[in-house]
Design a protein around this ligand. Structure first.
Ligand SMILES: Cc1cc2nc3c(=O)[nH]c(=O)nc-3n(C[C@H](O)[C@H](O)[C@H](O)COP(=O)(O)OP(=O)(O)OC[C@H]3O[C@@H](n4cnc5c(N)ncnc54)[C@H](O)[C@@H]3O)c2cc1C
Length: 404
């Protein structure tokens, strides 16, 4: 059996992987990325890119080609909706951002990174000998072996690399199901320039809608085990009754389990020895399930950490854990109530838009936000979020002792 040798093996060929690969290839290291699917591959995603994610893509990979975009080609910002029918539109700071077609944007980014990609190849396990890491993968039914110095797990929420290092990890965190249906539009008064999100406890834990290629996406998120069709029908009824949205029956459905939670409570997983975990696999998830910008930035930090470890002959975990603290701050600040009240951790100005409401409307929004947050009470995140917020306020950092 042929063994492939390289300096670094990256598992996954998506956003975090592309950013890591770019740093490593630029540093002159030999890098291979594994992707279990055939590229270009579809990815369940709304494709709404934050301004920071947009800047990263342009600065690192160049202007986005047309085929990497859906219609409408850009998004102006986000509109929050409340049960009282108060709606708060917020523009992204710095103007509209591209509406990504993940099948082609991810393929474009990984190609531009210059990495060698082995697609149709699924990571199945690894053994870290201290000097080398032996990695097992499967391609078309046959086993493929890799011998490398470093591995980066950039393989998304249900990370097999994380599982190989911490077999019990998946069972220890809550999982959410998100599903979106694509429906032809009969009538839709929701502004197509915005991504729409509902803070409504009667609709679900995460309810959104936006236009793509003349269809309306209606999405719902709820704890794993719930019924997607029932949850979706409830939202569709609500949108028709309250917002006058009339849609044809769904043509397509896509859904996926998500590891929503670790970034809220600063419980990231970064790996051990010469194996680094990054992107959503590490738990990075910004507010409103915006995961691309933190995947890109954390992936780049993972790549930089390895090139620094090689250059300075230092343990890579030590470097990664020091450098990744900046991205932890960016991401966990978005969930930190003290930063939200006293700072501005998001890339759309909620406070300015909130400030335009009347006093009565402001009180209604605060009450409805509190009602919405109650549906998350079973996860007992409140006390952890508060204690981490205080640590951040007093020390300027989040506690690295909580990371795996
Ligand atoms: C419904 C939905 C809507 C979303 N909307 C947005 C949005 O609008 N904006 C936004 O920024 N984020 C959004 N996100 C989140 C965003 O898609 C992710 O956070 C982001 O893609 C994470 O990037 P990543 O590179 O860490 O991992 P992923 O994009 O998940 O990529 C992991 C890659 O690894 C591959 N892989 C997995 N296991 C293996 C294996 N064993 N061997 C080899 N390869 C493997 C996968 O096939 C995949 O290509 C959304 C997510 C969902 C589910």
């Amino acid at each position: 059996m042929k063994t492939v040798k390289a300096d670094v093996l990256i598992v996954g060929a998506s956003m975090a992987s592309s950013a890591a690969a770019k740093r490593l290839v630029d540093a002159g290291l030999e890098v291979v990325a594994l992707e279990r699917r055939t590229l270009p591959r579809e990815k369940v995603c709304s494709g709404i890119l934050s301004p920071r994610g947009h800047r990263f893509l342009v600065e690192n990979f160049g202007p986005l080609p047309d085929e990497t975009l859906h219609e409408p080609k850009s998004c102006r910002g986000v509109t929050f909706h409340f049960p009282s029918m108060i709606s708060i539109p917020m523009d992204f700071t710095g103007g509209p951002t591209p509406h990504l077609y993940r099948k082609y944007s991810d393929h474009w980014a990984i190609t531009r990174s210059g990495v060698i990609v082995h697609d149709n190849t699924t990571f199945t396990g690894l053994e870290d000998t201290g000097r080398y890491i032996n990695v097992r993968a499967r391609r078309e039914g046959a086993e493929v072996l890799y011998t490398v110095r470093f591995v980066i797990g950039a393989d998304g929420p249900k990370s097999a690399v994380t599982k190989a290092l911490y077999p019990g990890y998946r069972k220890g965190i809550p999982w959410f199901m998100v599903g979106q249906k694509f429906q032809k539009i009969i009538e839709c008064p929701l502004d197509s320039d915005y991504f729409h999100f509902w803070f409504h406890p009667g609709l679900g834990h995460y309810t959104w809608s936006h236009e793509r290629n003349n269809q309306q996406i209606v999405g719902v998120g709820f704890p794993s085990g719930g019924n997607l069709h029932k949850a979706h029908a409830n939202v569709e009824r609500y949108l028709e009754e309250k917002h006058g949205v009339r849609l044809e029956p769904a043509e397509r459905l896509e859904g996926l389990a998500q590891n929503f939670g670790p970034s809220l409570i600063n419980r990231y997983v970064f790996g051990k020895g010469n194996v680094l975990i990054t992107g959503q696999a590490a738990g990075f998830f910004n507010m409103l399930a915006e995961g691309m910008s933190c995947a890109l930035h954390s992936g780049a930090i993972a790549g930089e950490s390895i090139s620094e470890a090689v250059r300075r002959n230092r343990p890579v975990q030590e470097i990664y854990r020091a450098l990744i603290a900046s991205e932890v701050k960016r991401c966990t600040d978005q969930w930190n109530p003290l930063r939200i009240i006293f700072g501005n951790p998001h890339e759309a100005d909620f406070k300015a838009s909130f400030g335009k409401l009347s006093r009565k409307e402001k009180l209604t929004v605060i009450r409805e936000l509190a009602d919405f947050l109650k549906i998350y009470a079973p996860y007992r995140w409140g006390r952890q979020i508060l204690s981490q917020s205080l640590v951040r306020m007093l020390t300027g950092e989040y506690s690295s002792g909580r990371w795996l």
